[in-house]
Design a protein around this ligand. Structure first.
Ligand code: LLP
Length: 419
């Protein structure tokens, strides 16, 4: 229930009734609060914050976060192109490549974005490029963390980053070709469980940075966790800032003017702001299990299936009533694994009740698919002034199928219509 406090159950119900379900709803106030928290915590230090747009790349959300004073962190050429719509200065777009193609590298160099290179082989290709001048390199700090093994990116066995043992070679490759490595980067994982691991990785980067003569910045990645369960403690940003600032105060003594640090979380800014609203379409007892079947599923919210992730579920239509019934909440995808939440205590539900999956603002819609050829849901932004705006309408079933057929080179008329 605490999750709904900031965004009232009444407001969410109103949106569900007017926009229809399923739909993602994001609360602007929460996003702005999260932005202010980080800017405030580091305001006396040369620290820039970037938003990892993979968490939620709706253009209205990008605009909102950018206006709050946050830059963009991207991980694909497509994300770079998207961010180009929001800034005239391509260097403000930080692009962390991962198995980038030559064509993508060429295009990124021409655009002038800040390219972050994660392997020695790619660095060699970059240094061979006649128009390339400077880049950042991603280090594998051999310290990983994350809410699930699949999102731990800093372990020495992970596919990301240049190993510490290859750093000398990386510096040599750049020097030989007259290119400059101006930035150092690491991202240890997503949903960091132990903030000390982030601090430890930061120390590793600060130490290694001495081997790079042209350095202008260090980017320590993202990963700040969200408390999905009420038993989880929120990430203490103020405490983290205290520890980080201690490191910065020492480090800055030997840095040139303009030297700065960066962080690039995604989840931090948007997770708690988002809800996935869905309507109960069936209720059934299968021996021991009582299912609430919904009009959404794993195609709209993949996190429970991929990471066993927990999202609090609230029955908005029965808000405040005693939660004394055990339900398993299932999706409308034709797979028995399409279960969004197991064994949840909720008030007695009825057909057409509206449920909210909480903390769904990050890695919800961006990971959604059209599996079972299903339509994508709407996205709605609740404004701080109490109004709301549909920032991406739902696809209708007809649009979804017509777009698909047309893309594959088929006529969109049905046999029936042709007759
Ligand atoms: N920087 C890089 C290089 C990343 O790979 C990521 C996320 C981030 C920043 C932002 O991490 P965040 O602050 O959001 O934790 N789909 C998963 C999360 C995968 C994140 C992968 N990398 C989930 O739903 O939990």
């Amino acid at each position: 229930m605490t999750k709904i406090r900031e965004t009232s159950a009444q407001t969410l119900l109103r949106v569900a009734n007017q926009t229809g379900t399923p739909c993602y709803v994001y609360n602007e106030t929460t996003i702005l609060r999260q932005s202010r928290l980080v800017l405030e915590a580091f305001k006396h230090h040369p620290v820039k914050w970037l938003y990892a747009i993979k968490a939620n790349d709706n253009p209205h959300i990008l605009k909102l976060i950018q206006r709050a004073g946050i830059g963009f962190d991207t991980v694909s050429f497509e994300e770079v192109l998207l961010c180009q719509h929001f800034t005239d200065d391509p260097r403000q777009i930080f692009y962390t490549e991962n198995s980038m193609s030559d064509a993508e590298m060429d295009a990124a160099i021409r655009l002038g974005v800040t390219l972050n290179i994660g392997s020695l082989k790619r660095l060699e290709r970059f240094c061979d490029h006649p128009e390339a001048h400077e880049c950042c390199v991603r280090i594998n700090p051999a310290i990983g963390d994350g809410h699930h093994a699949r999102v731990n990116t800093g372990d020495s066995e992970s596919k990301f980053g240049i190993r510490i043992g290859q750093i000398e070679e990386a510096v040599a490759v750049a020097q030989k070709s007259g290119k400059r490595i101006i930035g150092l980067h690491a991202h240890i994982g997503s949903g960091i469980k132990e903030p000390e691991n982030l601090i430890a990785a930061m120390k590793v980067l600060l130490e290694l940075s001495r081997e790079f003569p042209d350095l202008q910045f260090i980017n320590f990645g993202g990963g700040m966790p969200t408390p999905y369960r009420s038993s989880e403690k929120p990430f203490d940003m103020a405490r983290f800032a205290e520890l980080a600032i201690k490191l910065f105060d020492t480090d800055l003594k030997n840095r040139p003017d303009g030297f700065h640090y960066l962080f690039e979380p995604g989840r931090w800014f948007v997770a708690e702001a988002g809800f996935l609203l869905t309507k109960v379409q069936t209720i059934k007892d299968q021996l021991e299990t009582r299912y609430l079947g919904t009009d959404t599923g794993m195609h709209h919210l993949m996190r429970p299936i991929i990471y066993d992730a927990w999202h609090d579920v609230v029955n908005l239509s029965k808000f405040g009533e005693a939660a004394d019934q055990l339900y398993t909440i299932s999706g409308n995808i034709c797979e028995s694994g399409d279960i969004l939440a197991f064994d949840r205590l909720l008030p007695e539900a009825e057909m057409d009740d509206i449920l909210a999956f909480c903390d769904a603002g990050a890695y919800g819609m961006t990971m959604a698919s059209q599996y079972n050829r299903r339509a994508l849901p709407a996205e709605v932004l609740l404004k701080s002034d109490g109004s709301y705006q549909v920032i991406r309408p739902a696809q209708t079933a007809e649009e979804t199928v017509a777009e698909f057929l047309a893309k594959c080179g088929f006529e969109t008329e049905t046999h029936h219509q042709k007759k």
